[in-house]
Design a protein around this ligand. Structure first.
Ligand code: PHE
Length: 469
């Protein structure tokens, strides 16, 4: 329909944009916390195995479906299935899921933006106060921060694939790498830093049980931005000569690398602050870690580098997480935007306007889930727990439908679209991949145990979340 499909300008641009999507809040904080609590090196090892042998094949499947169809998820499932209605449902799920996840991800990004602004303004001491976060997330200033974040996302996305998404990734990702490495080097010079490194890396296999294995897989799946139509949509902006397997491997490697290195930043910082930390006392969630624990640690740096120095370090950290979050937010929002453009023939601006307005409305609802509105805070109750709108979105879309979408992609590629088409697509820009052991592995695993694993994750989540057993 209408204009030819937009394209990334270069291979590097595509890799950085896809890595920008993958590297997000989950890498910067979620991964280090999960690794430390769940057996350190043992968790790392499992995580790496899941990335290489479960997630990478799924990523290849998503990117190939995108590039073969050159469509958004709706169009891709429709065209490659020959218009079968049940596959259209998969297309819808892969379009709605990112929109819904964008709501909660936007709320997190807005908080990070607010903390970044406050650090830059010199209010680190306020942020370090344990009571601040609870007040902050219920304050009306949040609305301004939300507008700020949305303007940034809008400006990037309205530039389109090459001038918007790719340019932003080429700017933000290298900056992110530099800030990350700089902060790690600084933190490693602090007293007791190596205690933190030890805690992070020394494997403790006794902690590994079924729940930990499942947590490692979910973390890897989410971290690589799978199950949300993102890699499919980005793949659809690739030309036919590009090397999909080679690029996907680099994306997975960068994502895992950044997550690993982020641990070398967070844990040494924690241990230098309090050498007697034990993993039990570590904050349970990434949210607690970023917004209450870390500001305290940054403030403590004032005894060595002064208040201004501590503020600079804290600002750099929040800027780093903010860049990671923005490039992810852009990718997740691009999925419904591209679907609306393709499906309805709307311009990019019009699609952005419509979906942006919807996103603002729903995000305000989600952001009111922390006390502002009792109705949204105590929205429903299941499995014996009262849940806010924010919780419901996370439970349903992030925890439940995400692995389910992954399962559908695997089944679709192998049993509907067929292996031969997948292989043709994968081999096109990558003669080395053709007939390699990894290609055989991808063919086999996508049709057998990967969907089984994802189905188990799905069933397990449903049982735990909604039935509480
Ligand atoms: N991969 C991102 C992270 O680890 C998560 C994400 C990306 C979520 C894109 C939504 C959209 O934080």
């Amino acid at each position: 329909m209408g204009a030819p499909r937009e394209q990334f300008g270069s291979r590097l641009g595509f890799i950085l944009a896809a890595a920008g999507s993958a590297v997000g809040i989950g890498n910067m904080v979620g991964f280090p916390v999960a690794a430390t609590k769940n057996g350190g090196g043992a968790f790392l090892l499992m995580y790496a195995i899941f990335v290489a042998f479960v997630c990478l094949p799924v990523m290849l499947a998503e990117m190939s479906v995108g590039r073969a169809s050159r469509k958004d998820p709706l169009g891709a499932y429709n065209d490659l299935s020959g218009g079968q209605w049940h596959w259209k449902i998969a297309g819808w799920l892969a379009t709605i899921t990112p929109f819904m996840i964008a709501i909660f991800y936007l709320v997190l990004t807005v908080w990070i933006f607010g903390y970044l602004v406050q650090c830059v303004l010199g209010n680190l001491d306020v942020l370090a106060d344990p009571g601040t976060f609870g007040v902050f997330i219920n304050g009306y200033e949040l609305f301004y921060y939300m507008i700020g974040v949305l303007i940034i996302v809008y400006l990037i996305l309205q530039g389109g694939v090459k001038q918007g998404i790719e340019k932003a990734a080429k700017l933000m990702m290298p900056a992110l790498f530099v800030m990350l490495i700089g902060l790690v080097i600084f933190v490693l010079t602090l007293d007791n830093a190596f205690e933190g490194v030890k805690y992070y890396l020394v494997p403790d296999f006794s902690k590994v049980d079924a729940a930990v294995v499942s947590a490692a897989l979910s973390q890897a799946f989410f971290s690589l931005s799978l199950g949300m139509g993102i890699m499919l949509t980005y793949g659809s902006y690739l030309d036919k000569h590009s090397d999909v397997p080679g690029s996907a491997k680099l994306v997975a490697l960068m994502d895992t690398g950044v997550a690993f290195i982020a641990g070398l930043l967070i844990l040494p910082a924690v241990f230098s602050f309090n050498p007697n930390t034990n993993t039990e006392s570590l904050s349970d969630s990434s949210v607690g870690m970023i917004f209450t624990f870390l500001p305290k640690i940054f403030l403590a740096l004032q005894s060595t580098i002064g208040y201004a120095g501590a503020s600079v370090v804290a600002s750099l950290f929040f800027l780093l997480v903010f860049f990671a979050a923005i490039t992810s937010l852009v990718s997740i929002f691009e999925v419904p935007v591209s679907a609306l453009m393709e499906d309805k023939g709307y311009s990019r601006k019009k699609s952005l306007g419509i979906l942006g307005a919807l996103l603002v409305a729903l995000s305000i609802v989600a952001a009111s889930s922390f006390g502002i509105s009792t109705f949204f805070t105590e929205f429903v109750s299941y499995a014996g727990q009262t849940k806010s709108v924010f919780d419901v979105i996370i439970d349903v879309f992030y925890d439940t439908i995400l692995p389910f979408n992954g399962l559908l992609v695997c089944l679709f590629v192998i049993y509907r679209w067929k292996k031969s088409n997948l292989n043709t697509e994968l081999d096109m820009g990558s003669p080395k991949f053709a007939n390699s052991w990894f290609e055989k592995y991808v063919n086999f695993s996508l049709g057998t145990f990967i969907p089984v694993i994802l189905l188990l994750v799905f069933i397990n989540t449903v049982a735990l979340k909604y039935f509480g057993n």
